[in-house]
Design a protein. Structure first.
Length: 236
């Protein structure tokens, strides 16, 4: 990769700004001073800026607590997107949300520029479990819970058996549902099919990733080394 492109992708400035940096005696590649912005940097090279070693790994993994009113997309002409919530210094080329949460749905969302990992997480054969907390219009009945647990046939697919648990002290109007797919409007469609309606939906977990109550809506954090290792192991 060109040296100016590498520094730009690592958020050290625009192409114009990093070229000014490179022209000064500040950047070294494998111990050699480089002033050519077009210098081809080997992937194994050690690059330093003002003596500080730069990490050439451009891959990022962020766990976000998506707020309501923001769409799950990279760009949009009218609405704010989840990528708009990422600070400029944390953005990388190709950053995108893995999967989709509706505009009014909140909770856990993974954003990355690791396309292979994202693709594998969404692959139908992986059946990565996702847990949601749903606020319902009417109390969940045992009959509704049984239907959800057995799987529901739609025109386009049949849902896998879901795990259903009523949240205590909510008069059965708040439930936690775990499913292995992520079809369009799936949770809302499932409850509608059993004669109920979802008033609010919040995703709590995705595979080994769990949303902490301390992560405020609209904020995000990098995955820990353990979380990243576990999510990569899940997608192998």
């Amino acid at each position: 990769m060109r040296l100016d492109r590498l520094l730009s992708h690592l958020q050290y400035g625009t192409r114009k700004e990093v070229r000014r940096i490179i022209k000064k005696p500040r950047v070294m590649v494998d111990g050699v001073l480089i002033r050519d912005p077009g210098f081809d940097v080997p992937s194994t090279a050690v690059v330093t800026l003002d003596g500080q070693v730069l990490d050439q790994d451009l891959a990022v993994y962020y766990l976000m607590n998506k707020p309501a009113g923001v769409i799950t997309a990279t760009t949009d002409a009218h609405d704010r997107t989840v990528v708009d919530l990422i600070a400029e210094a944390d953005r990388r080329p190709g950053l995108y949300p893995v999967g989709r949460l509706d505009k009014d749905t909140t909770g856990l969302l993974l954003l990355t520029n690791d396309g292979t990992l994202g693709h594998n997480l969404l692959a139908p054969g992986k059946h990565v479990p996702k847990t949601y907390e749903a606020t319902l219009l009417v109390p969940l009945t045992p009959e509704m819970a049984t239907q959800l647990a057995q799987g529901i046939a739609f025109k386009d697919f049949t849902s896998q058996p879901a795990r259903v648990a009523v949240v205590p002290d909510t008069a059965a109007k708040r439930v936690r549902l775990t499913i292995g797919e992520g079809k369009y409007h799936q949770v809302k469609r499932m409850f509608k099919r059993v004669g109920n309606e979802v008033l609010a939906l919040h995703r709590l977990s995705m595979g080994p990733l769990t949303l902490s109550a301390t992560l405020a809506a609209g904020t995000y954090r990098p995955l820990t080394e353990d979380e990243l290792a576990r999510i990569k192991a899940l997608t192998k």
